[in-house]
Write a protein that binds this ligand. Sequence first.
Ligand SMILES: *[C@@H]1O[C@H](CO)[C@@H](O)[C@H](O)[C@H]1NC(C)=O
Ligand SMILES: *[C@@H]1O[C@H](CO)[C@@H](O)[C@H](O)[C@H]1NC(C)=O
Ligand SMILES: *[C@@H]1O[C@H](CO)[C@@H](O)[C@H](O)[C@H]1NC(C)=O
Ligand SMILES: *[C@@H]1O[C@H](CO)[C@@H](O)[C@H](O)[C@H]1NC(C)=O
Ligand SMILES: [Zn+2]
Length: 481
Amino acid sequence: MKCRVLSALLLPALACAHNVQLHARQSTTADENSAALSNANTATATSVLPSTVTFPLISENPTAVPLSEINTGAAQTQSTIAISTTYAGGSKPTWIPDAPALPPSLPIPTNYPKLDVTPPTDSDEAKQWIQEVMNSGVYIPDIAPTNPGGCGNNTAVLANTSSSGTCWWTCGGCTRSTDVSVCPTKNSWGVSYDDGPSPYTPNLLQYFDQEDIRATFFAIGSRIISRPAILQDEYMTGNQIAVHTWSHPYMTTKTTEQVIVELAWTKKVIKDTLGVTPIYWRPPYGDIDDRVRAISQALNLIPILWTRISPTQTFDTNDWSIPEGSVNVYEVLDNWELIMGNSTKIDTGFIVLEHDLFEQTVDVATGYILPQALAHQPKYNMTPIIECLDMPLANAYLETNDNSSHPLPLATVTPVSSSSASGAGASSTGSSSSGDGKSGSSSSSASSSSQSSGSGSLMVVSPVLLSVAIGAAAAVATLFL
Ligand SMILES: *[C@@H]1O[C@H](CO)[C@@H](O)[C@H](O)[C@H]1NC(C)=O
Ligand SMILES: *[C@@H]1O[C@H](CO)[C@@H](O)[C@H](O)[C@H]1NC(C)=O
Ligand SMILES: *[C@@H]1O[C@H](CO)[C@@H](O)[C@H](O)[C@H]1NC(C)=O
Ligand SMILES: *[C@@H]1O[C@H](CO)[C@@H](O)[C@H](O)[C@H]1NC(C)=O
Ligand SMILES: [Zn+2]
């Protein structure tokens, strides 16, 4: 049904299938959103979605789509707009000193794998990337791919508490010090949008231009092939571009070879479109464990999640569930109001999950979420995530990264034997006792002071990222002590 509506909007049929698949929920929890689950449960219990917002809207966007017209389920029929500028090959971004020029031409789709499916692992490119990972010196833990179906279908691996287990973020909230999930400075918001480029992304970019906002876009490789000029516009107007995989799978369910091609093809298409290679990525649904972390490190990618304040609560607007119909725009705005409330209680800044994929998610962002954020007191410092980590945009890309102050993930690898590689430095928030936050914090500090002695290849991180992780643990401790 969703498919038909999207087809009516002249989206390619494949993109239509993509939308539906992307956001078909798995039945139990390996889900982008634990808050969504509790919302969904509440909605089931009461069988009604709210019909109004429960707080006063402190700022109005005069051109906002009225809330009553942002429907659940089917997309609306508003027209999309064209991007503001198309860029000639050879153009240089003004936001990054000494950045390479844009490539002479846009990528040709037939040179890339298919839309929406994990690329083959036996192509020449795949073989080369797999070899590179094997040669990287990064130890890939021998953790089996998880079963599809989320936490509830993986009881054996989750019951294994003999060590910190596999440190699976979606199921229990475990983080490693290499994960970015907050901005270090209070009231700074590392703004991000996932799953584009989409036909609605230009509407978001127009609002960004009007209000002088920049963000991080976690882009899907196979969508970039469909809309490379939109990605160029994002990049050239000062936004950060990061990897969000080729086909948006639950990465822990994939084999190591499949994880490699999902990440490497997306890096490649971004390089082919922009001339730069991202060094940050976000796992779809936050689905990352120690095996997927290690593979991403071997590919020079640093994971970015979003802010978690308890084992069951993350800063997720749940905007992506509007088209699916389990949540409506009023509930998303209530979620946003709660996030803003919580943002003032934690000691760090924060990162929120939002999407530029659907018309409704862009309408709610430009009409309501961003205007509320701009009017927030105390004022939020809204930037791309790389900048909220106190780094220049240049550090978001391999070619322009300052390698001395921000070592690339691969530059820090000390090969270790398999027996010592697992476990060190977990900061699991999987159990609800407040002691966890504290021990997470002290174990992060411990790995900080013993960094040079090598507490496992996964644990060797830049001081900036380490302090972010410590901040996150501290924030959790603050809330739950
Ligand atoms: C649970 O995992 C098994 C084994 O991989 C799989 O066959 C089954 O389809 C999964 N169940 C769900 C609900 O996804
Ligand atoms: C439990 O985890 C440990 C450490 O990660 C691992 O060595 C062991 O094989 C696991 N046991 C099971 C039953 O999965
Ligand atoms: C934020 O804080 C409130 C309590 O004020 C809580 O009820 C709510 O669920 C929290 N969650 C999120 C994700 O913001
Ligand atoms: C940082 O290192 C990478 C990989 O070795 C290199 O391509 C890049 O040019 C370096 N950055 C700078 C600013 O020299
Ligand atoms: Zn996503």
